[in-house]
Design a protein around this ligand. Structure first.
Ligand SMILES: NC(=O)c1ccc[n+]([C@@H]2O[C@H](COP(=O)([O-])OP(=O)(O)OC[C@H]3O[C@@H](n4cnc5c(N)ncnc54)[C@H](O)[C@@H]3O)[C@@H](O)[C@H]2O)c1
Length: 393
């Protein structure tokens, strides 16, 4: 089989010229939830000359104050809930919601009802019904709601989408995606990822939503129709897992979410999606992502510790037109842009607010991502295939 490097790569690259930031108009931004990921938000917000951080909130007394002080903003007012902050600061332009999953929907609805633009961390919500409720509040408010999928702003991910959408692969009929970790249930600062009452969903919400977004975004987010789902918790419920990780054995009793899940999903347009995701398993990888089309196939390497990024050069398998010559082209990795993808996830959200643009990662797309995850949960619970029902927004 002929091996070469794909020649017209430039056609699949995004334009990354920087917009000049208008510092005459500043945005008043608040942070809801000051745990682990809020630090990444602060790191980027601090760089932006048109952002004024005017408040922070966390349910844990003193946590928001300590967070803001550590980040060099000791005088910013802090509150004991997102709601308290929304009531106290009437001219807030935007909030970034960095709470655990179960508080995504209530905080987002509250902010939108207060007329505030929302950057909501992934996953969108826990259930489809919650996502629809948030979207109803979004529609009523007319504000921007963007969901925090930073891999969208990675140049390799953008090239992947452009490549698939160029038609080079022909009609797409089958996608395999997902990822896995051999031992990687996240509990670095407590149990908010593993308890049902805070997380609601586990590996699917933490890393599965990235795999789904990578492929669904590439093929234009077709609607999911049916799903056969499976989920399990063999590792998280095992006290020996936690002691081996130098964590309390009691985490096994608290564990209330999935650590492995799989789904077989039919998408509108005749595409089959075969998905699996793992926080822990006796295997090195759950496999690469494959996109099969009538004219070509694409292999997207997984990463050892799946985090939503492309693990190495993608490969395109094709037959040259009007020949029987099979070729395999390697797509070289692009370097990251000047700022990282987390910067652009926030910058694009702020620019949409300032310039009257549309949401960079719209809820109308991520609703389908959520509906697949929720469908896997529901199908797994009832033990058979289900139709995916999405209420009207
Ligand atoms: N985009 C990414 O790369 C990335 C990475 C890690 C986590 N996340 C997502 O970010 C979210 C938070 O994760 P984390 O690791 O920071 O969790 P965390 O548990 O460390 O922090 C969440 C904080 O939110 C606070 N909180 C909850 N409800 C609140 C409310 N109503 N008002 C104010 N504060 C509230 C909690 O007290 C806690 O301090 C999760 O949904 C996770 O999926 C995204």
């Amino acid at each position: 089989m002929a091996e070469k490097t794909i020649s017209n790569l430039d056609a699949f690259k995004e334009d990354h010229s920087e917009n000049v930031i208008d510092t005459n108009k500043k945005l008043k931004v608040g942070i809801i939830g000051t745990g682990w990921i809020a630090g990444s938000h602060m790191n980027e917000l601090k760089k932006m000359p048109d952002v004024e951080i005017v408040g922070a909130a966390d349910l844990v007394p003193g946590k928001a104050k300590k967070f803001m002080t550590d980040w060099g903003f000791p005088d910013v007012p802090c509150y004991l809930s997102g709601h308290e902050m929304l009531e106290a600061i009437p001219d807030l332009d935007a909030v970034t919601i960095c709470t655990y999953n179960k508080q995504h929907a209530p905080c987002a609805i509250d902010a939108l009802e207060h007329g505030v633009n929302v950057l909501l961390e992934k996953p969108f919500t826990v259930t489809t019904e919650e996502a629809v409720e948030v979207m109803r509040a979004e529609k009523k408010s007319g504000k921007i709601l963007s969901i925090g999928f930073q891999p969208r702003f990675n140049p390799n991910m953008q090239m992947l989408k452009k490549f698939v959408q160029s038609g080079e692969l022909g009609k797409i009929y089958y996608i395999q995606t997902g990822g896995g970790r051999r031992r990687g249930i996240p509990a670095p600062f407590g149990t908010s990822f593993i308890e049902e009452k805070t997380a609601g969903i586990g590996a699917m919400a933490d890393i599965g939503c990235y795999s789904l977004d990578m492929v669904l975004n590439a093929v234009g987010y077709p609607k999911p129709l049916t799903v056969t789902g499976y989920k399990s918790d063999f590792f998280g419920k095992d006290p020996a897992y936690w002691t081996a990780e130098n964590k309390p054995a009691e985490y096994a009793d608290l564990f209330g979410v999935d650590d492995f899940a799989a789904g077989f999903i039919r998408l509108e347009g005749g595409i089959i999606l075969d998905f699996r995701i793992s926080w822990a398993m006796n295997m090195d990888t759950a496999g690469d992502t494959l996109i099969l089309g009538t004219k070509g196939g694409l292999r997207i390497p997984s990463t050892e510790c799946w985090n939503g990024s492309i693990g190495g050069p993608m490969k395109v398998y094709r037959t040259l037109p009007n020949t029987t010559t099979e070729v395999c082209w390697e797509i070289p990795m692009l370097n990251n842009t000047r700022e990282g993808e987390f910067y652009y996830k926030i910058r694009n959200f702020l620019d949409a607010i300032k310039n009257g643009g549309t949401s960079p990662v719209p809820s109308s797309q991520i609703l389908y991502n959520q509906a697949i995850i929720d469908g896997i949960v529901k199908s797994s619970n009832c033990g058979h295939e289900i139709e995916i029902e999405i209420p009207e927004v």
